[in-house]
Design a protein around this ligand. Structure first.
Ligand SMILES: NC(=O)c1ccc[n+]([C@@H]2O[C@H](COP(=O)([O-])OP(=O)(O)OC[C@H]3O[C@@H](n4cnc5c(N)ncnc54)[C@H](OP(=O)(O)O)[C@@H]3O)[C@@H](O)[C@H]2O)c1
Length: 267
């Protein structure tokens, strides 16, 4: 049976492999990384992946190749692949690289390679990921189904136009949750809570609040109204945050993330 091959054995590969095995994904998984590090041995031991000895052998056994190196390394890796004298080369390629557009991927590795961009979340490690996909026009219908099915092993999948990819990438990051958790908990500590209590309270506010919104099916406006009685404490807290520029701070953050993604496209 041909394998699913990850080129690059770092953070996102490790999270995806863990999520795939958790979902009982049975196809052979091969990981190729330029360094044969301890983290690869851990992947082999925990998740039964094969570690490819070189790039050529990784590509030759692939049915689906996933590019999982940093954006700045993509062009170099594609050049290595293009000059690799392989006996066969798969046609379906997926890139996880943030900001690197389909046109760059095509320029690095042209036909018969057909390209998909995917933006998965590391929370796929526990099967609660979210992956955005966009396909180049040459990807066949059954290949689209296969790619959607592959990522749906590790969580929800959404298909979006490529021109929304950078905004999606800046928005969907689980780092927002951790950042908000850290910031709110710090403020709560300064307001007098023990760190442990501050984290419990903050995790409830963010995590359980959002879970309730998802499960209840109620509108955000209704829930805001329910949790923040006019004239009450939550309403006063939110009003002060808004007056201090909360919406602008968040918008500035997204703008910077999108600008970084656009810089990746120029590498
Ligand atoms: N981390 C995330 O949550 C996340 C989420 C969605 C998408 N992504 C995308 O996924 C990609 C990988 O991110 P990551 O966080 O997993 O990065 P990472 O932890 O740095 O892993 C990348 C791995 O690829 C290796 N590598 C680099 N060039 C290579 C080459 N030519 N051949 C073989 N291996 C090579 C790196 O080795 P060295 O250490 O020697 O460079 C490193 O081990 C990025 O493009 C990122 O935009 C990441």
């Amino acid at each position: 049976m041909k394998s699913t091959v990850f080129l690059g054995g770092g953070h996102i590969t490790s999270a995806m492999v863990a999520g795939l095995r958790l979902a009982k994904y049975r196809r052979p998984i091969v990981v190729y990384d330029r360094k044969k590090s301890q983290k690869l041995r851990v992947l082999r031991r925990q998740f039964h992946v094969d570690i490819a000895r070189d790039l050529k052998s990784a590509i030759e056994q692939a049915e689906l190749v996933i590019i999982a190196v940093r954006p700045a390394s993509v062009a170099g890796l594609l050049a290595e692949i293009a000059s690799c004298a392989t006996s066969r080369r798969p046609e379906l390629w997926v890139s996880l690289a943030a900001g690197v557009p389909l046109r760059n991927l095509h320029a690095g590795l042209g036909p018969p390679a057909r390209w998909v961009r995917a933006m998965p979340s590391p929370v796929c490690r526990i099967g609660r990921g979210l992956t955005a996909l966009c396909f180049d026009g040459s990807v066949r219908k059954r290949e689209r189904v296969r790619v959607r099915r592959f990522f749906s092993h590790v969580g929800q999948v959404v298909e979006i136009p490529e021109n929304q990819f950078d905004a999606f990438t800046a928005t969907f990051s689980s780092s927002h949750g951790y950042h908000a958790l850290a910031t709110l908990a710090q403020a709560a500590q300064r307001a007098g809570l023990y760190r442990k209590t501050a984290l419990i309270a903050t995790a409830h506010a963010l995590g359980d609040g959002v879970a309730y919104w998802r499960q209840s099916g109620q509108s955000l406006d209704d829930l805001l109204h329910e949790a923040a009685t006019p004239g009450g404490i939550a309403a006063a807290t939110m009003a002060a945050m808004d007056k201090s520029g909360y919406a602008q701070v968040v918008a500035n953050g997204l703008k910077a993330g999108i600008a970084q993604a656009r810089r990746n496209a120029k590498r």
